[in-house]
Design a protein around this ligand. Structure first.
Ligand SMILES: C/C(=C\COP(=O)(O)O)CCC[C@H](C)CCC[C@H](C)CCCC(C)C
Ligand code: CDP
Length: 189
């Protein structure tokens, strides 16, 4: 019998990835209108169009699956990249919509308020999650170095998120992938 209960086991990451995988399937079957979950569509889409589920939300859960399978609890890269997507990009949307009157000169759709909040909250959520995981004994981190490295990753994620590339690649893909590359180069594992 596979040892799912032990988070250090190889099987654990596959077991954990089942949760976003189930949600991935929910998004796909509702996005293709094979079924109609009004609660899901109302809570996750902006205009109530089921097809919206196949973009931002789907990319979001695919990144959750990727981080769980590739990085799991062994590397800080997965935690940091998800913190940038969930904590940084998520707050940038909220703050930017409300306080984003000063637009970024190279991207009229994004604002300084949104990008600054992306940097700050991406950094804070990352550090908070790394601290939590270090208390659990998953990582032994040099915190002076870690603060500097996470600040660098947050800056990279913030710049990528601010670029006018959403029409080409959704920021639920570009932000976590850029964060993964920057974090892997910074932390080395
Ligand atoms: C609304 C969502 C993404 C839209 O992003 P954007 O287009 O506004 O940039 C998220 C959709 C979530 C999905 C329906 C269910 C996710 C389940 C997952 C296991 C929850 C874990 C989240 C945790 C914070 C890692
Ligand atoms: N850096 C940012 C990010 C978002 N925003 C605001 O939040 C809205 C949604 O941002 P977005 O298109 O990146 O949406 P998500 O798909 O990331 O949630 C934008 O149209 C802006 O009004 C901002 O002002 N500055």
């Amino acid at each position: 019998m596979a040892n799912f209960q032990n988070s250090t086991s190889t099987e654990a990451r596959y077991f954990a990835a089942l949760v976003p995988l189930v949600n991935c399937l929910r998004l796909v079957i509702n996005g293709l209108s094979l079924v109609k979950d009004d609660g899901l569509i109302k809570s996750v889409t902006r205009e109530g169009n089921p097809k919206e589920l196949l973009r931002g939300p789907l990319y979001y859960v695919l990144m959750l699956i990727l981080s769980a399978l590739v990085f799991w609890r062994d590397s800080p890269v997965g935690v940091i990249s998800l913190s940038m997507m969930c904590g940084g990009d998520g707050v940038a949307d909220i703050i930017g919509r409300r306080f984003g009157s000063m637009k970024i000169f190279y991207n009229e759709k994004k604002s300084w308020a949104g990008s600054i909040s992306m940097f700050v909250f991406g950094f804070l959520v990352s550090i908070g999650m790394l601290y939590f995981y270090s208390i659990l004994g998953y990582y032994q981190l040099d915190w002076i170095e870690t603060l500097q490295r996470v600040a660098l990753v947050s800056l990279v994620a913030t710049v990528i998120e601010s670029l006018p590339i959403t029409e080409v690649v959704d920021d639920n893909i570009s932000v976590p992938l850029a964060s993964m590359v920057a974090a892997y180069l910074s932390f080395g594992y």
